[in-house]
Design a protein around this ligand. Sequence first.
Ligand code: UDP
Length: 326
Amino acid sequence: MILVIGGAGYIGSHLVKELVKTNEVVVLDNLSTGHRWAIDEKAVFVEGNLGNEKDLESVFTNHKIDAVMHFAANSLVGESVTDPLKYYQNNVAATLTLLQTMMKHHVKKFIFSSTAATYGIPSVDIITEDTATNPINPYGRSKLMIEQILADFASAYDMEYVVLRYFNAAGAYETAEIGECHDPETHLIPIILQHLLGERENISVFGSDYDTADGTCIRDYIHVTDLANAHISALQALLDGSKKTATYNLGNGLGYSVKEVIETCEKVTGKKANVVMADRRAGDPARLVASSDKIHAELGWKAQISLEKIIASAWNWHQNSAKVTN
Ligand code: UDP
């Protein structure tokens, strides 16, 4: 049985949809930001908190857990700056309680959702796992702290783990049953598509004076199903013992500017966006593009889905989402 913490959230729910095809799955989620409707019906659902020892105890005593995949975290950079306590409490302290419970129950295999935010403002154009980590906000620091804790636990307690550093997750499940559904929504692609559906008046471009070809920020967008498949490869490597510890970037290896993303959304939807230039958003690096060569070489995983297809899947979801969420 695989325990997925945060399986009702955006990335966790897409992972669960793939994982239930080959594994028994139990989801623990407090539904604070995730959605009950997003959890695949083949998974067992337990409502509870990963920082609550009693909730964890009941999951670990009621199910024989072989590995844990941990997606449950707060992930808004701006909020982490104004409310760091929330981030260190939920992302660090609660995860420590989870790791403690795992060790008590002799469960040693762990997959952790980390982030490109651990790199801060990188000094290289293409980020590898060897690029220095230097997070510039409490969100990135909270994720890096768990990465460091995992390395120490591997040395001291034989913990086995794969850390996956996501770049910009986007897109939706192919059937449009689930997709990105945050409140508030802060991510670029859903904001553009909501605007093109008439749900927002315009799109603000946060900064057009960056040191990039068109002056807007460049990001590496990766489809959630590609992300989900990377997790399944990582899980397999832990379960068959071919990996004991590893850290991998997950991206497409291609950078697109904010303007290019808007243009691609216009092309996919056949609609014209009303774009407003705005000030830079605090803490945005000009360029974040991953090399995912390491996971390709070691586990054979590579992103398959292009930006156009990412946006097309998200567009299907946004057109369908009212039916699912109401
Ligand atoms: N962005 C923007 N307008 C928006 C939302 C985002 O210009 O309404 C920009 C943001 O500044 C960044 C890029 O789009 O350069 C991707 O932002 P997002 O929040 O989607 O992901 P992040 O890279 O912050 O994880």
